[in-house]
Design a protein around this ligand. Sequence first.
Ligand code: ZN
Ligand code: ZN
Length: 576
Amino acid sequence: MRVVKNSAIAKVFSDIADLLEIKGEIPFKIRAYQKAARAIDHLPTEIEQMVKEGGDLKDIPGVGEAIAKKITELVTTGKLHYYEELRAEFPEGISTLLDIPGVGPKIAIRLCNELGINTIEDLEGAILDGRVASLPRLGDKVAENILRQIQAMRTKERRIPIGEALPVVEDIMAELRQNPDLRNLTPAGSLRRFRETVGDIDLMGTTDDRERILDAFVGLPQVKEVLAMGGTKASILVPGDLQIDLRLVDHDSFGSLLQYFTGSKQHNIALRERGHRQKLKLSEYGITDLESGVIDKFTTEEAFYERLGLQFIPPELREGQWEVERAEQNAIPRLIEPGDLKGDLHLHTQWSDGHDSIESIALAARARGYQYIAITDHSAGRGIARGLNEERLRRQIIEIRELNERMDGFRILAGIEVDIRADGTLDLPEDLLAELDIVFAAVHSAMNQEQDKMTQRILRAIKNPHVHVLAHPTCRLLGEREPIRADLEAIFRAAAETNTALEINAMPSRLDLKDIHAFRAKELGVKLIIATDAHSSSQLDLIRFGVGVARRGWCEAKHILNTSPLEDVEAFLKHR
Ligand SMILES: [Zn+2]
Ligand SMILES: [Zn+2]
């Protein structure tokens, strides 16, 4: 979904006017575009909305038949053929610079001809070293504005890890919900589908008092900048340069609108194609029977899917893969939910690099309703100062056994996150590993090994009879470190064969395994564990990010080991 704002439409027409002027076209034609650009820029309503509602664009002063057609093309496709062609008549550098809001053809040509600027990077450099400001009739203010526009463009391209975005959005939603006039407030888009990174955030809701809710939204204390404000929608920028849009919609179409704005695009295309075969036309406002012309509106998404003869499809599955066919066969499973989890099995304490004592993290876990946890501090080989050597690990095991005597109806498993050395051997002696309840093995060093060597290294660890779980199998850090190179298919098969569990590490910077890998591992019969890798009690809450990944990987409770009661977990660990 591309949002075409009035200001962007106005810029296109004003660019056209300038380009025509540079070409020496007749003034009459040029003035028509200038007039339209000005009118659009000052319009109080969003043109996008007018087009969607079938309003007559010719009502806008200065807009005739030809320009109305161009506006419609621009709003519905995001592009205007005539404008593209006109730009193509000029050098490529000029055309590139025109993509920046605030840079029109006249400035673009001067930047190109007088400073030799051809790319956005060139331009940024020339602004920073003062060359742009020194051009006659440009000055500091124009230069500064262009720089801001470039930075805003970059922000738009940037995607933010869901772990950063979700808490910010939830804070904002909690504040908005204080307003009793606002109902059905929910995020749409990739956040609702729980993708690992998100772009702009779309919030949706219904209300009888749009003006008041939008005022409250743009007046939130988190607002850094109000990007747009219309009759039904407002956009704000909050710290972290996250753009959040709030769209207030009609209650009787809420279900189909939420469905539409949740996407994904591929999922919606699959639905539209299915509708087409049933002689139904889908839109964000409802479903139209093409034979009778009657439009059905939907207050809930459930009713929308039902009208198409489909089982409800959870947002996390809406990626346009095979979810529509499965829904048709009533074969969408009940996905795992946070409440299914009975314990967290990957936790660090003060004994290595964590912040809390074993007892305090155990109490926090019990307070969440968990029945068990595992303490899995680091082994010493990792080189961090506080990794456990043999002697300290033996002492830790004793402390855990003592704590268990005191904890009623709750069990602490003694474990370790042992390093897999570069050759695939483990960092602690086997007789000691044999004493532990649970052993996680993980790669923390020599991550640049070539694929074959890395695969052999991990396979060796998986085949070690003392290893129960492979932690964060690909070692990626979102946006920071690429995954290790390893043959995951071979690793999944070996894990299935040896009954070694694989972790879905819920730490938002990891999310490892990721969704498609969790799906594949599950298909191959691998047992999965969702764990936080928490280094403090407060991080126990991060488990939901792992659950989101598992849901996107079509995992049900039965695929996840730590949804089982303690006896079954212990049976699995012993069986290994
Ligand atoms: Zn680790
Ligand atoms: Zn860890």
